[in-house]
Design a protein around this ligand. Structure first.
Ligand code: 5GP
Ligand code: ZN
Length: 119
């Protein structure tokens, strides 16, 4: 069923506590944890507890949870004190765009200069 945990999904395992992660924030609907391979001084992933393969699918099925992800991303930026210097929220969607984990997630990046357009 849509949104149910998937046995072969790494981020579902992090939500369940079966794979360890450095969690920085949690809500009823979301978990935020540090990326294992950080690309910036602040690099935190914000994910829904529910399993959807990407951000658009999540927003279509559970728009309130998609909004929770954005609110939590901003809160992470504030907690990390990168809100004043600027930060980027990225949803890689599809393998051609670099998506490697097919459980929706926002990358929150900050703490260094962020070029535009991104690579
Ligand atoms: P994507 O490439 O799908 O947009 O982002 C997946 C992210 O998950 C990558 O930045 C990668 O470094 C991160 N990642 C992969 N495996 C793990 C893990 O086991 N723990 C954590 N904390 N992050 C992971
Ligand atoms: Zn999942």
């Amino acid at each position: 069923m849509a949104g149910e945990p998937q046995a072969d999904c790494l981020f579902c395992k992090i939500v369940a506590g079966d794979v360890p992660a450095t969690v920085v924030r949690e809500t009823e609907t979301t978990v935020a944890f540090r990326d294992i391979n950080p690309q910036a001084p602040t690099h935190v992933l914000v994910i829904p507890r529910a399993h959807y393969p990407d951000a658009g699918t999540l927003a279509a099925a559970q728009p309130a949870v998609a909004a929770d992800i954005l609110r939590e991303a901003a809160q992470v930026a504030a907690d990390e004190k990168v809100d004043t210097t600027g930060f980027r929220v990225v949803f890689n969607t599809g393998s051609g765009a670099g998506q490697t984990v097919f459980h929706a997630h926002a990358h929150v990046l900050g703490g260094r200069g962020l070029n535009w357009p991104p690579g």
